[in-house]
Design a protein around this ligand. Structure first.
Ligand code: SF4
Ligand code: SF4
Length: 314
């Protein structure tokens, strides 16, 4: 490995922090170590109706098939943690923290594009790069572990021992071979708090989530009715669910609220009554959730979630 590539790697990491990312690491390019687990997860039906997960699993398990020229992957992580008011009113809708303001795809993509430009300008030959933010066929959490960002918790989130797990991830596939970081090491030990706290029993065993039971899937990706036995356990979580991160001791000890304006809760976001959202019009939905990740569930989905929770809550 040449000195110039080592220097470039250091400057990429420094630039990533300057651009507002909280962590940055370099992953080597290799086939997934979780091939069997991923196939079993699909076979068990745990991907629910997320058909895109089943499409071309080989590509998902091997970054070289996504961009054949890939020689290294820059992984960035951005803290999106914000504090939710204590005594949150049970008749108001609760949104996953990442959905309280701007769509994170845009928030992450712009600085990643800038980072790619920086690499192009600072490398001595032409660079080909591809940006991913939670949309492409990549097992991004495994790649984040390889890049030293964090290790897998039993809730399947990537946990950084000193910072917790409230991170959004982004990747930059590059055709230059940068020196990789050491894979992150750590573990949950005997803790089972997330498994015990999950209201729907979606963490069927450590490191395995059944999406069919997970409130995040049920309230966002799911286009069908929410089964009554699960709807009655959702409480007021109307778009996504943070419970298995909220109870994690690594977050309780280490998470610090982000200062990024794009992740600060929009005014009044915590004041929407379930009864109002159950009846929301298309126009009101568009106005309230402009440029927000909540658009993913569509008005119909959000109204369905609120109606189901109101009818069936325990
Ligand atoms: S997001 Fe919520 S429902 Fe899904 S596994 Fe975590 S605690 Fe359970
Ligand atoms: S709550 Fe406990 S078991 Fe779950 S991810 Fe955190 S440390 Fe691991």
């Amino acid at each position: 490995m040449s000195d110039s590539l080592k220097i470039l790697t250091q400057s990429i990491k420094a630039k990533a922090i300057e651009l507002g990312f909280d962590l940055c690491g370099i992953a080597p390019v290799r086939e997934s170590c979780f091939k069997e687990q991923f196939r079993e997860w699909l076979e068990q039906g745990y991907a629910a109706d997320m058909t895109y997960m089943k499409r071309e699993p080989e590509r998902r398990l091997n970054p070289s098939l996504v961009m054949p020229a890939t020689k290294s992957i820059v992984v960035v992580a951005k803290n999106y943690y914000t504090e939710v008011p204590e005594n949150f009113p049970p008749d108001s809708a609760r949104f996953a923290r990442y959905a309280l303001n701007e769509d994170y795809h845009n928030v992450m993509k712009k600085p990643l594009q800038e980072l790619l430009r920086f690499i192009e300008e600072n490398n001595d030959h032409k660079v080909t790069g591809k940006i991913y933010v939670d949309t492409g066929p990549l097992l991004e959490r495994e790649i984040a572990q390889l890049a030293g960002i964090g290790w897998f918790g039993k809730n399947t989130m990537i946990i950084n021992t000193r910072k917790g797990s409230w991170f959004l991830l982004g990747e930059l596939l590059l055709d230059i071979e940068l020196p990789p970081d050491t894979s992150a090491i750590g573990g949950c030990g005997t803790c089972t708090r997330c498994i015990d706290a999950c209201p729907t029993g979606a963490i069927v065993r450590p490191y395995v989530v059944d999406s069919r039971k997970c409130i995040s899937y049920l309230t966002i990706e799911n286009r069908e009715e929410i089964p009554a036995s699960l709807a009655e356990r959702m409480g007021n979580r109307m778009f996504g669910c943070d419970i298995c991160q909220e109870v994690c001791p690594f977050n309780i000890r280490h998470a610090l609220p982000t200062k990024d304006p794009d992740f600060q809760p929009r005014p009044h976001i915590h004041n929407h009554k379930l009864t109002e959202l159950a009846m929301i019009s298309d126009e009101e939905f568009r106005d309230l959730f402009r440029k927000s990740p909540v658009k993913r569930s569509k008005r119909k989905g959000l109204a369905r979630n609120c109606a189901a929770a109101l009818l069936l809550r325990k």
